[in-house]
Design a protein around this ligand. Structure first.
Ligand SMILES: *Cc1c(COP(=O)(O)O)cnc(C)c1O
Length: 386
């Protein structure tokens, strides 16, 4: 097999650390559903599912049936998979056959599901997602009474696996009033279930931010995305954790899993006054030594980093010179002695005593962490390391 132009290493010990921290934070009784949409936030679904299972995770959530299929291919026997978003009518049979749980946010979907479950002679597992104020997906309150009646009547075929909602912006304290309102509305739905003596098996509303900062949003399960990958959802959530613990730092409570590496492809001398790469965006101010790297914006390295930002070589910062090309970019290594072709280059992550965080890209390119991560091509090979 020929080699790819870059590679991503994922740290098992960091993930185990993160999962254990989240478990401690949410208390013993709540289950973690690991959110692995967008190729596990760019980390690589196949590898990430195996790592998370090693850390004790037995429930995964995806945005689409297509993503759930990838989890099915990687997971162990008893691990559950839940589709939170798009599932076409044509794929309901596939979901039922594979015990894939799915969100239902309108009544019509229930009738189709019942028909298919009966035809297959196998139970469907549905989570009713209710509208509480995010106005994205979510069943309107007016459809809920007949939904409960339907589920109670047809429980042999369609299981009321979950009752859930999603907060629109739990990571910002300025949204607190909205989050409280959403939670109150969710409780109204729960009340209706109690009144009908027909409860869901799993109540779940919390994402990372809510699970970490608002204990009362932790019910039977939490849906954890960004935090398991080692990112605090926001400064608000980070500092509320410090306030709670009384410590000055979080002491490695959440650790990044992710190191993105490549190698020096070529080295060249560039004379003072020469231009580097396309156009005239970078002119050598002195006689320079420049390293050529074998990836560019088509490989997920943001073009906005052109003439800004740096990579790490031999633990030292090598500034980007010129434009990020489709498949190449150049860095200045004049100040780093003994660089060879094939030398390891760190694009994101740690090398010796220096670190490049995803957030440094964010500052330069205006991409948010999740956006930058989720755009990393799935073709880049992922490797699990200790
Ligand atoms: C993405 C997503 C989550 C996870 O959110 P994080 O903030 O990354 O923890 C939870 N629930 C739903 C419905 C989502 O779409």
């Amino acid at each position: 097999m020929v080699r790819h132009s870059s590679r991503i290493e994922l740290s098992q010990s960091s993930l185990t650390n993160n999962i254990n921290f989240i478990r401690k934070k949410i208390g013993g009784n709540a289950r973690i559903s690991s959110v692995v949409k967008a190729n596990a936030y760019g980390h690589g679904t196949h590898e990430f599912v195996k790592m998370a299972e090693k850390a004790g995770v037995d429930h995964f959530a995806t945005a689409s049936a297509f993503e759930a299929q990838e989890v099915l291919e990687a997971k162990n026997g008893k691990t559950r998979v839940m589709v939170m978003g798009i599932l076409y009518d044509e794929d309901i049979d596939w979901a039922i056959k594979n015990d894939v749980e799915f969100f239902v946010f309108n009544y019509d979907r229930l009738e189709v599901t019942l028909k298919r479950a009966k035809a297959l002679g196998k139970k469907a597992h549905v989570h009713i997602e209710v509208e509480t104020g995010a106005n994205r997906t979510g069943m309107h309150a007016s459809e809920f009474p007949k939904t409960l009646t339907f589920l109670k009547k047809n429980k042999e075929h369609v299981e009321f696996t979950g009752l859930c909602t999603h907060f629109g912006g739990a990571e910002s304290f300025s949204n607190q009033f909205k989050i409280n309102m959403q939670h109150d509305r969710y409780k109204e739905f729960l009340k209706q279930c109690k009144k009908k003596s027909f409860m869901p098996q799993i109540r779940h509303i919390a994402c990372s931010a809510a699970a970490l900062a608002f204990k009362d949003t932790v019910y039977d399960m939490v849906r954890i995305g960004v935090a398991q990958y080692g990112f605090w959802p926001s400064p608000d959530i980070y500092y509320s954790h410090l306030q709670e613990t009384g410590a000055r730092t979080s002491n490695g409570a959440l650790k990044r899993l992710f190191t993105w590496k490549t190698d020096v492809m070529d080295l060249r001398s560039v004379d003072e006054g020469e231009f580097i790469g396309y156009g005239t965006s970078y002119q050598a101010t002195h006689n320079m030594k420049v390293a050529v790297l074998p990836l560019g914006y088509s490989n997920g390295y943001p073009r906005g980093q052109s003439n800004r930002g740096h990579v790490l070589i031999k633990g030292k910062k090598a500034p980007i010179v010129g434009l990020i090309n489709m498949n190449l970019f150049m860095v200045d290594v004049s100040h780093i002695s003994d660089v060879h072709v094939g030398e390891e280059v760190v694009l994101v992550g740690r090398q010796k005593s220096n670190t490049i965080n995803i957030s440094s890209f964010t500052q330069i390119t205006q991409l948010i962490n999740n956006e930058m991560l989720s755009r990393l091509p799935s073709a880049i090979p992922r490797k699990i390391v200790k």
